[in-house]
Design a protein around this ligand. Structure first.
Ligand code: CA2
Length: 160
């Protein structure tokens, strides 16, 4: 039943630099799943969680920052982000995420802590609700479930 005036929660999904190459290069590290497949999987998961997702990928820090700043006026209530290499370098993205004050879940395909030490530090982790790292494309689905749970929506498994 659709109640008049009811709007689904709306989540902004951000993919950072080079993630457009997913499935096309370096499958040994990042797998064979393409970014389009991840976005389709998130849209399906969002449907079962009764929320909406809008996904963007950018290789440009400023464009990611503009999307973060626009989130409140776009009526987005949470942010799921794989900031790629900007995770380890970008104080600007961290400040922007903290500045808009929306709940953030950080996700990574690879397990950062099994990789080079320069990937062990995240500028985003301290301002995020939490971080999911190492489950491949599944990290995104788990991240979306975690964000939905934080926003008060039960995950499908807990409503069975
Ligand atoms: O594991 C992750 O999700 C990362 O955020 C991926 C970033 C990396 O810099 C982070 O440390 C961890 C890199 C994304 C690059 O993606 C590519 C995909 C295919 C081919 C080349 C790069």
């Amino acid at each position: 039943m659709v109640v008049s005036g009811w709007l689904p929660l709306n989540i902004l999904v951000l993919h950072g630099p080079n993630l457009n190459l997913l499935g096309l290069r370096e499958p040994g590290i990042y797998g064979f799943t393409t970014l389009a497949e991840i976005d389709a999987m998130l849209a399906a998961e969002a449907g079962s969680l009764d929320l909406a997702v809008v996904c963007h990928q950018s290789n440009h820090e400023g464009e990611l920052l503009d999307l973060i700043h626009a989130a409140p006026k776009n009526n987005q209530q949470g942010i799921l982000i794989n900031a790629g290499a900007y995770t380890h370098t970008s104080l600007a993205l961290r400040d922007g995420l903290a500045g808009v004050g929306l709940p953030v879940v950080e996700v990574h395909l690879s397990n950062l802590y099994k990789r080079e030490t320069f990937r062990h530090h995240s500028y985003i982790a301290p301002i995020a609700i939490g971080q999911i790292s190492g489950f491949g494309a599944e990290s995104y689905r788990l991240g979306l479930q975690a964000l939905a749970h934080h926003l008060g929506l039960a995950s499908p498994s807990s409503s069975a």
